[in-house]
Design a protein around this ligand. Structure first.
Ligand SMILES: [Zn+2]
Length: 322
């Protein structure tokens, strides 16, 4: 849904001019107008009430607020969106989105805080809000030729310095219990759906819910995928023998994981625990849209942020944590 609404706007001249450089040159008023154009693109950029949908609104010139003639609700350009309760200027949000989108391997909160000259905490929450907006909504289903694969992240146990002190890290009692597997369903030349589980076995039910009947599944030799043969035509590739036998391969799944692995190693250093799913979602968004220009990605991300509802997880995160 986000995509089709953005597509229309993507064709406009305003869409082509949005870039980090262009945003940096904007006045606060121009930034506000750009935000308005994206948020209310279905009404020619004119504000309407986020509560009741009424197009009759009063404008408070000085406070950059509107008031609905129908229900008296007062709102700003960010009310009811993922940026609700904002602390920074509109222009800073536009800059943040441009920086976020440009990072092919993701962007760390530390880097974002330096680039925007804001506190680390602010950048941390902002980046997570953007991920939430991009990952939002129902993931939908995949069909046709679908590659399935899993890769483990997190729960790293550092080996002891002296060999005599080292323990067998393969044994359950010597692990942290934080290790999780990201399993993806990737439609060949289509979209990528990532999910997080404790083990690959736990993924089977979710796969059945998200891969349409009649699809052909491509998977490696892991025993977890054996039961998929009952439901789908399933082709296996034994990676200890070859990466592709000409028909069966999971190369597109692998390229998603290489992107996620580069984000882990090169950008975030640890992407384990509660945030693994949101990083995996972000990387699937980058992977699926990798052929679009920066300007297009920028627009889709801004549109997603302004269409996403107020974040239950991230709004007022630090106030609650304190
Ligand atoms: Zn209203």
């Amino acid at each position: 849904m986000i995509w089709t609404m953005a597509q229309h706007f993507l064709l406009s001249a305003a869409a082509r001019t949005l870039s980090l450089k262009a945003v940096a040159r904007m006045s606060d008023q121009e930034a506000l107008e750009a935000f308005q154009a994206i948020r209310w693109q279905d009404n020619a950029g004119l504000p309407y009430c986020p509560k009741c949908g009424c197009v009759g609104v009063y404008k408070y010139e000085t406070r950059k607020l509107w008031k609905c003639k129908g229900c008296n609700h007062q709102f700003s350009v960010t009310s009811g969106t993922i940026f609700a309760g904002r602390k920074m200027s509109i222009k800073d949000y536009l800059l943040a989105i441009a920086i976020f989108v440009n990072g092919a391997k993701g962007i760390s909160a530390l880097q974002l805080s330096r680039d925007l000259d804001v506190q680390y905490k602010t950048a941390f929450v902002l980046a997570h809000k953007l991920r939430e907006a991009l990952n939002g909504g129902d993931k939908g289903k995949v069909s046709g030729n679908v590659e399935i694969d899993g890769a483990y992240f997190g729960g790293y146990v550092k080996p002891a310095n002296w060999k005599t002190n080292r323990r067998d890290r393969r044994l359950a009692e010597n692990q942290t219990g934080k290790r999780r597997v990201v399993v993806i369903m990737r439609e060949r030349n289509g979209k990528t759906l990532p999910f997080v589980f404790k083990s690959e076995d736990a993924a089977v039910k979710t796969i059945e819910n998200h891969v349409m009947p009649g699809s052909t599944i491509f998977a490696d030799e892991a025993a977890s995928w054996d039961s998929l043969h009952d439901r789908y035509l399933t082709k296996r590739i034994n990676h200890s023998e070859a990466y592709s036998d000409g028909e069966a391969c999971t190369n597109q799944a692998e390229s998603f994981f290489s992107r996620l692995r580069r984000a882990e190693i090169g950008t975030h250093h640890h992407i384990s625990g509660p945030y693994l799913a949101s990083y995996a979602g972000e990387m699937s968004w980058r992977e699926d849209n990798r052929r679009l220009s920066n300007g297009e990605l920028y627009l889709i991300a801004t549109n997603a942020a302004l269409k996403a509802p107020v974040s239950r997880q991230w709004k007022g995160y630090w106030q609650r944590a304190a």
